[in-house]
Design a protein. Structure first.
Length: 139
């Protein structure tokens, strides 16, 4: 069995963003030389997410609106976490809802997806550098 590891780095210009990283993950699979196996893609920061869904701008807008209603950024004083001097308690909650990671099958050197599935990096406390781990195992 072979193993491959790579870090992808992101620095979004906005506090909240959804970035399609499917192409970058597929490129990692190509680099790995693994034809059949599994790829783990996980956000290595507790205010960011990796998830699978459709690449449709209306859906991404809806996610942003829904998440802000669920865990609004302001007022900052509504969260005990922010008593420490932080201002990102909402980002921790948004990450918990959207998830930390995805695992996808690799078949014949390609992501083995259903219709419309794509991999996204979700940022909830942006404007700084963060990383995503891509770990691939297989033959």
């Amino acid at each position: 069995m072979k193993s491959y590891r790579k870090e992808l780095w992101f620095n979004t210009p906005t506090r909240v963003a959804f970035v399609n990283i499917t192409g970058q993950v597929q490129e990692c699979i190509r680099e790995s030389g693994i034809g059949d196996g599994l790829v783990l893609v996980n956000a290595m920061h507790i205010t960011a997410s990796v998830f699978i869904n459709d690449d449709e701008s209306g859906l991404h807008h809806d996610y942003g609106v829904w998440l802000e209603k669920l865990a609004p950024h302001e007022p900052l004083k509504q969260y005990r976490h922010n008593d420490t001097g932080e201002d990102n308690a909402d980002a921790h909650i948004k990450r918990q809802v959207m998830g930390r990671e995805v695992v996808v099958a690799i078949t014949n050197g390609r992501l083995d997806f259903g219709p419309w599935e794509q991999i996204f990096y979700g940022e909830f406390d942006g404007k700084r550098r963060k990383r995503v781990l891509v770990k691939i195992i297989g033959e």
